[in-house]
Every structure is written in structure tokens, then in C-alpha cells.
Design a protein around this ligand. Structure first.
Ligand code: ATP
Ligand code: MG
Length: 140
């Protein structure tokens, strides 16, 4: 198995409820190491660009408003098969469909305010990491 990196966001619904430590404990228990981390208030332009792939979806404007409604924690995670491992511990997009023991099952408020983001492929992970982090800000 390959050591991989993925991009993670702790979303505003979770920072608002002071859940960053509990969420990161789940990520670490799943074998993921936080090798880059910063707390940030996203601008509208940053949120729009990050979720540009969803620009045509009916929920896009609401999603951008939600992602800029409070601070987020941007993270680079490293571990074996990190992309898939992170998606597994996150759970399904809609908390109603998420498996027991997953972050979204236990913490998400709704399909939109679902506490965490995780890259969906190694290719997108590389794009997302480089959007928010300089190489010198990541260290294993
Ligand atoms: P993410 O990309 O945030 O890790 P995901 O890959 O599970 O989540 P996507 O389909 O990429 O899901 O959707 C991106 C985000 O858009 C979701 O995490 C959620 O916040 C929001 N979203 C997705 N579907 C809906 C919907 N039907 N209604 C409202 N918001 C939605
Ligand atoms: Mg996605």
C-alpha cells in the first residue's frame, strides 16, 4: 500500500460547535497524520473556486454561503491510502446515509453542514492541497 496525502477541511458547522479536536482524534485513530494545518476564514472567491466543480448544482450558492459562514480548518493528511481512508472515516455526504461510527454520522447537522470535506481522488487531493498550502507549510 502506498503512503498518500489527501486534503481535509473541518467545516464551519464543526468549528462553531468546537468539534475540531474530536474530529481530528477520529482522523488520527484512522491512521491519518496531520502534516499541514491552518485555521482560516474563507473568502467568497476562495469558496467559489474550491467548489467550482459544483457551480451548476442548485445548492452551489447555499454551499458557498455556508462555507464562508465561519472559520474552517484546512488540513493535509498523510497515511496509507489516505484518500480512501479519510473518505471512510468521514462517512457518506448525507449524514442520514452515513455508517455508524463515522464523523458525519456522529457530528454532521445536514447534507450541507456535514462537518468535513475530503478529497475524492489522489489527483484532486494534489490540486486541492496546492490551492491552499505552499510546499514549505507541509512537513511529515
Ligand atoms: P466534500 O466534497 O465536501 O468532501 P462529498 O464529496 O461527500 O463532500 P460532494 O458531492 O462533493 O460530496 O458535495 C460537496 C458538498 O456540497 C457536500 O459535502 C455538502 O456540503 C454539499 N452538498 C452536496 N450535496 C448537497 C445537497 N443535495 N444539498 C445541499 N448541499 C449539498
Ligand atoms: Mg466532494
Amino acid at each position: 500500500m502506498a503512503i498518500e496525502r489527501t486534503f481535509s477541511i473541518i467545516k464551519p458547522d464543526a468549528t462553531r460547535r468546537n468539534l475540531t479536536g474530536q474530529i481530528n482524534a477520529r482522523l488520527e485513530a484512522a491512521g491519518l497524520r496531520i502534516v499541514g494545518q491552518k485555521r482560516k476564514q474563507l473568502t467568497e472567491a476562495e469558496a467559489k473556486a474550491f467548489y467550482a466543480v459544483h457551480a451548476a448544482r442548485p445548492f452551489y450558492n447555499d454551499l458557498v454561503a455556508f462555507m464562508t459562514s465561519g472559520p474552517v480548518v484546512l488540513q493535509v493528511l498523510e497515511g496509507e491510502n489516505a484518500v480512501a481512508a479519510n473518505r471512510e472515516v468521514m462517512g457518506a455526504t448525507n449524514p442520514a446515509d452515513a455508517a455508524d461510527g463515522t464523523i458525519r454520522k456522529d457530528f454532521a447537522e445536514s447534507i450541507e453542514a456535514n462537518s468535513v470535506h475530503g478529497s475524492d481522488s489522489p489527483e484532486n487531493a494534489a490540486i486541492e492541497i496546492s490551492y491552499f498550502f505552499a510546499g514549505c507549510e507541509i512537513t511529515s
